[in-house]
Ligand binder design. Structure first.
Ligand code: C5P
Length: 239
């Protein structure tokens, strides 16, 4: 890839241009951050696990009709994806109440709920990604009303597919942070990554935490957990 140029240097991922203006190369590294970057560490081989988990998840999502940016897995740490214009919106989809929302609402971590909860956050480091609602999104002109509808239906569909994706490997999807982007022809598709870094995944039988909460809460064996998630999924999907 001779025309590789760094176009985005994130904490946990780097994005490079390719000779095709509509395609980028995403490189997953081992840096892990939490609490808005206050907590930071290098977790050996985390990037390899996340690259593989994300690639598999995006392929299953595409097969189930959830349009997303993934094109192909290039190697252990890199994947080719469609270039998108970033929409500064995070959609947190919750199948149980955990983490910040459990604290906000004063309920036990992991509280079972009868419906799916959707939260929007304005992706803005300076403001620490504040929670916003639909009317804020429209007031700020982040997306149009039509596009917001599309974002809700895309993320709801993705959540249903991903619940089954993890369930097939004996894991429960507690919540997930999803992001969407706009393609050069104006279409909204799912982007970012699907990995233990941006969702909560618990072992269905034992309740063992298998995601970034292990790092956030100083639990042991973060790498082992990420590897476990990858290996279980690869076994379930015969990769
Ligand atoms: O902390 P909170 O409970 O709001 O997180 C909800 C979900 O969103 C978790 O799965 C967490 O890993 C993910 N998240 C994320 N990036 C953030 C904040 C939360 O991926 N900046």
């Amino acid at each position: 890839m001779s025309t590789r140029e760094l176009i985005f240097d994130g904490k946990e991922k780097k994005i490079y241009s390719t000779e095709n203006p509509d395609i980028v190369l995403i490189h997953y590294n081992d840096v892990t951050t939490a609490y808005g970057g206050i907590k930071r560490a290098v977790i050996k081989d985390k990037g390899i696990c996340n690259n593989h988990i994300s690639a598999l998840a995006f392929q299953v999502l595409a097969k189930e009709g959830v349009e997303n940016h993934f094109i192909s897995l290039e190697n252990d740490r890199e994947q080719l994806c469609r270039r998108i214009e970033i929409i500064p919106l995070q959609v947190v989809v919750r199948n149980r109440l955990a983490g910040s929302t459990a604290r906000l609402l004063g309920v036990a971590n992991g509280t079972v709920i009868p419906n799916t909860v959707f939260e929007l956050r304005y992706n803005n480091d300076r403001l620490r990604d504040p929670m916003i609602n639909d009317t804020h999104v429209l007031a700020l002109g982040i997306v149009s009303e039509e596009e917001l509808k599309r974002i809700y239906s895309l993320t709801a569909h993705a959540n249903e597919v991903l619940k089954e994706f993890f369930h097939k490997a004996g894991m429960e999807l507690i919540d997930i942070k999803l992001e969407c982007g706009r393609t050069s022809d104006g279409k909204i598709i799912l982007s970012d990554e699907i990995s233990p870094d941006n969702c909560r995944i618990w072992d269905e039988k034992t309740g063992e935490v298998l995601d970034k909460d292990r790092f956030r809460h100083d639990l042991s064996d973060v790498t082992v957990s990420y590897q476990k998630v990858m290996e279980r999924l690869e076994k379930a999907y015969e990769v």
